[in-house]
Design a protein around this ligand. Structure first.
Ligand code: PA5
Length: 427
């Protein structure tokens, strides 16, 4: 189970400041449970760890096996909520250095011509498949990428074989991708209509790429299921996290930095940034979600955090049991002066850095929330994803915004379509 510890905030917040937020949060709990709040048509993720389509899960596993049988690479084409969850899970759970299994490549999450040209060259002589993920089916970045790779697939494979290399994940009922997939007879998976992209990692959106990377998606769903049950309790970690971060925000701490001392979790932070940023940042309100990987960023951002403007608080992802550890060797010459650490483990040094940094930052005026994860495995990641989704929905309602829409994302698109002269945008 994930634990939230926010002892340090006693130094920064008075009890009545927390209790005021508790009143709003208790209302937010009722709003979410009654499914009558704003955006209530996007609550499909709430019960999904229990209600997910078992037949689709079977098809996802079969497709992952097929991909592993016939492809060296799987190109996952999607942007925002249609890629960040899978990227986060695969980065967290795959070895740093490996040549085994299918190489998972993410594309369609930018409009970099350099990336796309180099990807096309890289794939030229490889067996590859694509998983195009887009709920709307019309998002420019993935659509453009698919067009380019579709040309390559057509050149690479004969007509019948070529179909076996295309997997679409899209809305169940509508959208351009759905129409193409039905017409061409491609294998299709579903983004539930009542689930927004950033809440979709535990659906086919995340699960097909994750399963293709060889990760146990049953375990991941088991973790999410346990979170679903545990976080129904009145006092639970998602409630505590939402409470503390909203109380800090109200007190003027406007920036939350998600931190981890394990670089493999840096994309968990990227996923979290989208989840909270897109859910809360509206009506000129919302905590600005930022992230750092330590100790790396202590050598770049550490100065600001320690002594810059005091509008920051930190949320530290703490891993209790690391995947691998090793001892620091003894050196008889000791020219680097490191023998005082000989025989100690590298994780001991990392955890000591963690403790020392937390204390220094708290002393320097930066409140800290510690989220402890027993270990980084499929089960605990499933739990963590659900934990953050629930905490985010509660936080959004506490802030009195709709946590499930993203009206602001359209502004840049409209301008871009006008400049690109997209039909219908001439005016
Ligand atoms: O969370 C969201 O809803 C967004 O980030 C979307 O996932 C993103 O804009 C991609 O949209 P689509 O899946 O329709 O291509």
């Amino acid at each position: 189970m994930i634990k939230v510890n926010a002892e340090s905030i006693e130094k920064f917040l008075k009890e009545d400041e927390i209790n005021k937020i508790r009143e709003s949060l208790d209302k937010a709990v009722i709003t979410l449970e009654s499914k009558e709040g704003e955006g209530s048509d996007f609550l499909g993720w709430v019960d999904y760890p229990i209600t997910y389509d078992k037949n689709e899960l079977k098809r996802i596993k079969e497709a992952a096996l097929t991909i592993n049988r016939h492809s060296e690479c799987l190109v996952v084409i999607g942007i925002g909520g249609s890629y960040l969850g899978a990227k986060a899970a695969i980065s967290a759970l795959s070895p740093y250095f490996t040549k085994e299994g299918v190489e998972i490549i993410f594309a369609g999450n930018s409009i970099s011509s350099t990336y796309l040209s180099e990807l096309r060259d890289y794939l030229f002589d490889k067996d590859f498949s694509v998983n195009v993920i887009s709920k709307s089916g019309t998002t420019t970045e993935p659509a453009l990428t698919y067009r380019v790779l579709f040309e390559l697939l057509k050149k690479r494979y004969m007509k019948e074989e070529f179909k076996e290399h295309i997997f679409f994940t899209t809305d169940k009922e509508k959208g351009a991708l759905r129409e193409i997939g039905l017409k061409e007879g491609y294998e299709m998976f579903t983004v539930p209509s009542d689930m927004g992209g950033r809440y979709s990692v535990l659906s086919a959106v995340g699960l097909l790429p994750i399963a293709s990377a060889g990760i146990d998606i049953d375990k991941m769903l088991e973790g999410a299921r346990d979170a679903f049950k545990d976080l129904k309790e009145k006092q639970n970690p998602a409630y505590d996290y939402a409470l503390v971060r909203n109380a800090l925000y109200k007190k003027g701490y406007k920036i939350e930095i998600m931190e981890s001392y394990e670089p493999k979790l840096s994309f968990i932070s990227e996923w979290w940034k989208q989840l909270f940023g897109e859910s809360e940042g509206k009506d000129h309100k919302g905590i600005f979600p930022a992230s750092c990987t330590f100790t790396t960023d202590l050598h770049s951002m550490g100065q600001y955090i320690q002594e810059g403007e005091r509008h920051l608080f930190e949320t530290r992802l703490h891993i209790e049991e690391v995947k691998a550890d090793l001892d620091i060797p003894f050196d008889k010459d000791n020219l680097d002066g490191l023998n005082y650490l000989a025989g100690k483990s590298v994780d001991y040094v990392n955890k000591t850095a963690e403790e020392a940094t937390a204390k220094a930052h708290i002393d320097g005026g930066v409140p800290e929330i510690k989220i402890s994860i027993p270990k980084v495995d499929a089960y605990n990641l499933g739990y963590l994803f659900y934990f953050f989704e629930k905490a985010c929905a509660l936080s959004g309602y506490t802030l009195d915004v709709n946590p499930f829409n993203q009206p602001g994302v359209e502004a840049y698109k409209k301008n871009m379509f006008v400049l690109l002269k997209k039909p219908g945008y001439e005016e």
